[in-house]
Design a protein around this ligand. Sequence first.
Ligand code: HEM
Length: 155
Amino acid sequence: MPDYLITWIHLIAATTLIGGLVFVQFVLNPSAHQNPPDPKTKEMVRLAGRRFRTLAWVCLITLILTGSYQMLNESGSARIETEWGVVLMLKLFLFVIAFGLILIHDFILDPHTPPQKKTINPPAFIPYSRADNLQKAIILMTLAVLLVASYLTTI
Ligand code: HEM
């Protein structure tokens, strides 16, 4: 596959991930916290959030695969030892932090539970504000990765 197509897929995954995270955090979630609370809206927002979670994981895996391909294919060991390599390592370091936060969010703070369990245990079991703060931290980290990636293109 031509290199530009790999970069294209890398960029689609990055924009879908960051755009989706921002949409869920600043558009979708606030809709669930209207006054007075509407259970139907809450459920719809919860389902939409779950659906995006699957897409987010597809984006993450795509980023890792296409990013690794670009790294191995175009860089070569000589380029890794230059400033480009150092900045790339910084980008990967930030990505690993973002990835770790996503793991904590999806598997510890807000794990997926089947719908029948949800009715027995109401949403009070989910530490909402902690999951919410973590989501904001994830957005910040992915934006930091994007900033370093933009700088990388100028070297
Ligand atoms: C949130 C995660 C990520 C974002 C937002 C992101 C974003 C970007 C952007 C905007 C570019 C510039 C494309 C270009 O103009 O060439 C890029 C390139 C690149 N990315 Fe990522 N990326 C992410 C994750 C990763 C990962 C996990 C890897 C490695 C495993 C990776 C490796 C690379 C490489 C090697 C390049 C080419 C740099 C160059 O040609 O100078 N990226 N990325």
